[in-house]
Each structure stands twice: as C-alpha cells, then as structure tokens.
Ligand binder design. Structure first.
Ligand SMILES: [Zn+2]
Length: 296
C-alpha cells in the first residue's frame, strides 16, 4: 500500500516525524547501504526539507524544477568529516564567513515534488572549505541550484549578522507574484502598504514588513547581492515578476512567512476579482492593533 502511495505520489500529508518509514522501505535499502548515506540519515534537517517540499509543491509554488533552498546544518556530527569529497568546486563568490560550514542545498533542476519521496537525487550536501573560495561536494548530485550565488550571498550575510537564521527558501507563490505584474503596484511602497493592510496579524508577525526588489535576471550576481542586502533587515523579499526568498531558523519558519504574504495577496485578489477595490485596514485600525501588540 505504501509503495503504491509513493509510486503514484498520492498527496499524503504525513506528520513531520513519521517519514522514517520511507527510509526503511525496500526501495531505499540499497541506497542507504554506503557510509555517507548512513550518516545522512541522522541529519534532522532532511525531515524539515521533506515537509517543506511537500507543502510548497502541493500549493503550486514550485512548478517543474523551480524553487530551491539552502540550510546551514545546526549540528556538525563528527561522522560528517569522514565523508570523502566527491568533487571540489569553486564557490560562485568568496565567502570566508562560511568556512567549515555544511550546507544542504537543492540541485540544479530538482523538483520539489520529487523530494517528498527521494532526497539524494535532488539535494546535495556541501562543505565550504577553509579559504571560503571552494566547496567540497559530499553527498548527492553534482550540480547545485542555479541560484547558488544568491544562496551563498544570503547565507554568508546570515552567518555573520543573523546567525539564528539557517534556512533560505526561494519559491514562486502565484498570487503574490501576480501582484507585481499589476500596473497599480509598480511602486514597491504601495504594494507593501496594501499587502500589510489585508490582515491585522501580518504587522505583528513581520513588523519590519517585506522588501520588494525590482526585476533582475534570475541567478544573476546582482539579484543575489541585492537579496542578501534586503534580508539584513527583513525576513522575506519579493522578487518582482518572479518569486520570493524567505529565511527562518528552519524551512518551516521560512515557509510561514511565504504563507502569510500569499494569504494577503489572495485576500486582495478575492475582493478585487469581485470588481471591488479592497479597502484594507485603516490607519486607525492598524494603530490600534499595533498598540495592542505592544509594537508602537
Ligand atoms: Zn525562481
């Protein structure tokens, strides 16, 4: 039964702690026979990845091979050091802050929907070498995500300035991205203002609100550096006509912020689709709410 469910990708919603059964199933036994695979089984962040990938893919926020993430491992078990490097590669930009760090990162072209059942072909583990200019590939497929530059830029900044944030998630939530195509919202200030008037709790959870970056070529250094700058003081950045990048202590938290913003966009479109211009929360309602939350 389980094999059938997995084979046909029937949308289970397994609790985060119950994925163990997938690792002990017959299809994966041979894959787990080598030492690196045994070590990888003990890394708790893999559970976080499966759970986030499930939700992101079922919501349609990471179609085909889009969407990617990176996680700096919280613990570094001694066993990890015993894994031989499969290859050494040059970092997309020098990152001395990350030296010695282990990063789980999506591989190029990997599908979020595939990660629910199979991680090895879709996620890799790399270790940033001591000069910060090279990394060693330790596990998984060789080609890392095309947004590697942005991930290294952001992870480097986080390690230095906001070390409690370890997960960086890029995904493409439909209604939020759709707003950036509207001529009414070409002003980032107006877009952010409207979004944060759609629901009172968003200002409490994200008091710094979000930043909107103008369109830039995907995977470009320009986009990566601008994203890292924006995330110094925000937890979510909206890329015009493309998607979002959010950060969290883990992917689960990063996903929370995407959900909040996508809900705000959905509320906007639901009202606007009825031919009504949404009124949003008034200045007085916002002031009253922030006062109640102790944020004023
Ligand atoms: Zn993208």
């Amino acid at each position: 039964m389980l094999d059938i469910l997995i084979q046909y990708s029937i949308p289970l919603d397994p609790p985060r702690k119950t994925f163990k059964y997938l690792e002990s199933g017959p299809a994966l036994v041979t894959k787990m026979s080598t030492k690196p695979d045994q070590i990888m089984k003990e890394i708790p962040e893999l559970q976080d990845i499966r759970h986030a990938a499930y939700w992101v893919s079922h919501r349609g926020w990471s179609e085909a091979g889009s969407g990617n993430f990176s996680i700096r491992l919280r613990d570094q078990p001694e066993d990890l050091r015993s894994i031989d490097a499969m290859a050494k590669r040059k970092m997309p930009l020098k990152a001395p802050e990350l030296k010695g760090e282990y990063l789980l990162i999506t591989t190029n072209g990997s599908r979020m929907r595939d990660m629910i059942n199979e991680l090895e072909g879709n996620v890799c583990l790399v270790r940033v070498l001591s000069n910060g200019e090279e990394y060693a590939l330790l596990w998984g497929k060789e080609r890392v995500t095309s947004e590697f530059t942005a991930h290294i830029a952001v992870q480097s900044m986080l390690k230095k300035e906001r070390p409690e944030f370890r997960a960086v998630l890029h995904t493409q939530p439909t209604k939020l991205v759709a707003l950036t195509h509207s001529p009414s919202f070409h002003s980032p200030e107006k877009l952010v203002d409207v979004l944060f008037r759609m629901h009172p709790e968003n200002r409490a959870i994200l008091p710094e609100r979000i930043e909107v970056l103008p369109y830039a070529v995907p995977a470009s250094l320009e986009l990566g550096l601008a994203t890292a700058r924006a995330l110094r003081s925000h937890r979510l950045v909206l890329w015009e006509k493309h998607g979002v990048v959010s950060i969290g202590g883990d992917l689960e938290e990063a996903l929370d912020y995407v959900e909040l913003m996508e809900k705000a966009a959905e509320l906007y479109w639901t009202v606007a689709s009825a031919g009504i211009e949404p009124t949003g929360l008034s200045d007085e309602q916002i002031a009253e709410t922030l006062g109640a939350f102790g944020l004023m």
